[in-house]
Design a protein around this ligand. Structure first.
Ligand code: UDP
Length: 266
């Protein structure tokens, strides 16, 4: 069985210094890094946030359900864009959504995702969970469970798990090891609370799954040397997260680009 990872990119990670919209050089760098995974035979699923365009909760005047629908559509735009950049770098891709988007995307199902993975395609899980009041963090964990991913990689602007924000607190303590229970109790936001609880309650992640935090600032995935295990203390021995340096994600080797991907979607 091939190794399968689910990579979560924030919307902001696509915007670079502009903080909004797309920054093509930044996204191209991400694409090149992901290509190193694909070229190693690793199956890569991607969830992308929408913060470079819109966040449902940031609107004070419109109905939250509608605001969240706009947010979900922002994630679809992000996935279509990043998918195309990936194709320009020689990868084959598919964009799946939990709601119909005409011919722009395909509907999500586990079987369809598996089929695309078998064809060495990068599969984008766009549109979040398809429901308001959720986030793409929750969509990440949900899809990871559904597609039986081996691990989740979080590309974040910080390089690990801290007890407070290291950008504002120079004395922030970085954890070498932490339990999912502690992540929840201390509200550490490795992923948001709903997603954390989903991790805690899921037997598969409790047994095998790992979450890697891969520091990413302006599209650069920084090399890290230390690894953190986030353990599941409810079921000792088993790990739920392993916050670790994904060595596979250090783009030390960039192979020649193959021909543009042309796999025909069904
Ligand atoms: N969103 C949603 N349901 C989901 C995923 C996302 O309603 O399952 C909406 C929500 O409005 C959110 C926006 O899409 O603010 C962008 O998603 P992201 O996870 O980036 O939002 P954040 O957590 O940063 O607000």
């Amino acid at each position: 069985m091939k190794r399968r990872v689910l990579l979560k990119l924030s919307g902001e990670a696509l915007a670079g210094e502009k903080h909004t919209g797309f920054d093509e050089p930044t996204v191209t760098k991400v694409a090149k890094q992901v290509k190193t995974l694909v070229d190693q035979g690793i199956e890569v699923g991607i969830v992308i946030g929408g913060g470079n365009f819109w966040r449902g909760r940031s609107s004070e005047n419109i109905d939250r359900t509608k605001a969240d629908q706009i947010g979900m559509l922002a994630t679809v735009m992000n996935c279509i864009y990043v998918s195309e950049i990936f194709r320009s770098q020689g990868m084959m891709t598919a964009v799946l959504t939990p709601f119909p988007c005409g011919e722009f995307t395909k509907g999500f199902s586990k079987d369809r995702a598996n089929k695309y993975f078998q064809h060495n395609m990068v599969v984008f899980f766009a549109g979040g969970t398809g429901h308001p009041y959720f986030s793409t963090d929750t969509a990440t964990v949900l899809r990871a469970i559904e597609i039986e991913a081996d691990e989740i990689l979080l590309a974040k602007a910080v390089d690990g798990v801290y007890d407070s924000d290291p950008k504002t607190n120079p004395d922030a303590k970085k954890f070498d090891e932490i339990s999912i229970q502690e992540v929840i109790e201390k509200d550490l936001k490795v992923v948001d609370m709903t997603a954390s609880i989903l991790c805690k309650e899921n037997k598969r992640l409790a047994g095998n799954g790992r979450i890697g935090v891969c520091g990413m600032v302006a599209g650069k995935c920084r090399q890290r040397t230390k690894s953190i295990n986030v353990t599941q203390d409810v079921q000792p021995v088993k790990q739920i997260f392993s916050i670790f340096v994904p060595p596979l994600f250090n783009a030390h080797y960039l192979p020649e680009l193959p021909e543009h991907g042309t796999f025909q979607q069904d």
